[in-house]
Design a protein around this ligand. Sequence first.
Ligand code: PNS
Length: 176
Amino acid sequence: MIAIYPGSFDPITLGHLDIIQRGAKLFDQVVVAVLRNPNKAPLFTVQRRLEQIRTSTKHLTNVEADAFDGLTVNYAQMRQACVLLRGLRAISDFEVELQMAHTNKTLSTEIETVFLATSNEYSFLSSSVVKEIAKFGGSVDHLVPPHVALDIYQCYAQNHPVSNQITTESTKPLQS
Ligand code: PNS
């Protein structure tokens, strides 16, 4: 049974990796599918994200990474997959994910969405949280694989240099 794990993965986090590793035990093959989304301005190119995913999953023989355009169910049908795999972190995810699963069901009755509850230690974690921390000079070593953390630091150092010095009203120089 082939499962598609679709997403943006900008970048892949330890939370994503947790779902991939557990999915790899449940399904014969897991395809981590990066959506080429013209509506989003990503931090990393699709190619870079694929490399990050491939390096992060190289120990998993039944996991591959690919990119796709358009509807996820069409891509799943093309890959002869019958499962869409998604992680659930909180109730807020549930509302969005349930709507997506129902929508996908109207597009293809053959494809089932399977949710895995994200492991507790990653219940707060998202790619956006990782980018937010890195943008303000914080460490993301505990949130993403080491090679991804390096990519993130390099990307922000080149494109978005920031100072993580804290300025408060009380530290501003007094006006005369
Ligand atoms: O990582 P993300 O951004 O939460 O992933 C969302 C994703 C890519 C799974 C979702 O936006 C998606 O499937 N987009 C493809 C378009 C599609 O199939 N839309 C119909 C379902 S709402």
